[in-house]
Write a protein that binds this ligand. Structure first.
Ligand code: URA
Length: 245
């Protein structure tokens, strides 16, 4: 999802169906407020959450929204799907058309899913250069041992896409369970990595993304707003400038 940036004068001209010359006059006359301050700059960059007012009338006043969902098995990480319920349809009182998912999970995977309408936030979060840890609890069909640790740390080559996976952290939790931490998210990555050991994944549960940990008060299918701290911890991590929420 691309972030929606544009110029202030273009936005006002389109919104009010007036010429750019007329917009300039409004700016000169101190009639336009951008994020609570009079603005005179025609070429000022704005985004979908900039608060823009003409005199006492709001031209744009939309707030950013951030949720965590405990995704159940059988729910698809997509906006629309003909067969399965979508993660977005689980959020009541939220317009699914305005929201998107930051970092998908497979149909049968469970756990932390981040949902937002702030495309700049999610883009930065998912960009490979941001190097956000994503932690998964994985249950396997066959016993695992310490030989997996090096294989995950060394990376694995997948010829189909011609990629080598980045170093991943592998912790043995029990004979059949491991905690795996990735900083990327290739297609079915964890299942394919265990596939190298001919060890099928029985369950895959995402526990955290960066500093955001799945709230253990949320049962499968339940969701809540992210706290200010959770939203901002990601911004700090991304060295991403604060935008009004
Ligand atoms: N790796 C997978 O194979 N599936 C997921 O859902 C997430 C990571």
């Amino acid at each position: 999802m691309r972030s929606k940036r544009s110029r202030l004068d273009q936005f006002i001209a389109q919104k009010l169906q007036i010429s750019k010359k007329a917009v300039r006059q409004l700016l000169i006359d101190n009639r336009i407020e951008l994020d609570d301050k009079i603005c005179k700059e025609v070429d000022k960059q704005i985004n979908e959450f900039s608060r823009i007012r003409l005199d006492e009338t709001w031209l744009q006043h939309r707030s950013s929204q951030y949720y965590m969902l405990n995704k159940p098995v059988g729910v698809v990480s997509a906006t629309i799907d003909d067969i399965h319920p979508t993660a977005l349809s689980l959020l009541k009182d939220v317009d699914p058309e305005l929201m998107h998912i930051a970092g998908r999970l497979d149909l049968n995977s469970t756990g932390l899913l981040l949902i937002t309408n702030d495309s700049q936030w999610s883009q930065a979060l998912m960009a490979p250069e941001t190097k956000v840890d994503k932690q998964y609890l994985v249950t396997l069909a066959n016993p695992i041992d310490e030989s997996y640790i090096k294989a995950f740390a060394d990376g694995m080559y997948f010829g189909y896409e011609d990629i080598t996976t980045k170093p991943a952290k592998f912790e043995l939790v029990s004979k059949f369970q491991a905690r795996v931490t990735l900083q990327e998210g290739k297609y079915h990555q964890i299942k394919r990595m265990f596939g190298r050991f001919r060890n099928p994944v029985v369950a895959l549960h995402r526990e955290s993304i960066g500093g955001i940990i799945l709230d253990n008060n949320l049962d499968a299918g339940e969701y809540r707003h992210l706290t200010e701290w959770e939203v901002h911890t990601m911004r700090k991590l991304q060295a991403y400038p604060f935008m009004g929420t």
